[in-house]
Write a new protein. Sequence first.
Length: 169
Amino acid sequence: MFDSDSEETEQNKTLMRQANYLSHKCDTIIDDWHEFGTMGAIKDDLNLFIITTHAAIEDVTTHIIIRHVIDEQFTDAAFDYVYSSMSQSHREQLLAECGILSDTTRGRLGEFRGLRNSVAHVPFVQLNWKDQNIEEKLVNATKALERLTHAALDEGRITEIVQRDDEGV
């Protein structure tokens, strides 16, 4: 999958930067909601955040599967299959079956995926901050992304999760 250690190191930095950026962006959107109290004030940022965070979750779960489930020697072909041909729900199912993803986190990711699908596939969707528990879904997705990113970058964490029959990330 990687041509060199420096390419892997750069990819690791990118994964960590994206998780940190999205965590900060989540806080900003929540602060803006509490300050302005109207969806109109945050709609564009919120929609972009939802789409971008979901893409980041797809990316990091793909990396976990390639690095920790499938042997890296399968490289580009395996990455292309996992990234392009597997749905996100199937990636999450695989990680859960391998003992890497907890049922709780999987459920929260599913809720966030539903929110993302509304934004991505329903024209002129009208989100309701309170009725749809948007703040909770944003926070849960961001926390899951952070934990998944740390797990993707730390093989020892994956091994510990699986060997201890831990609750997963």
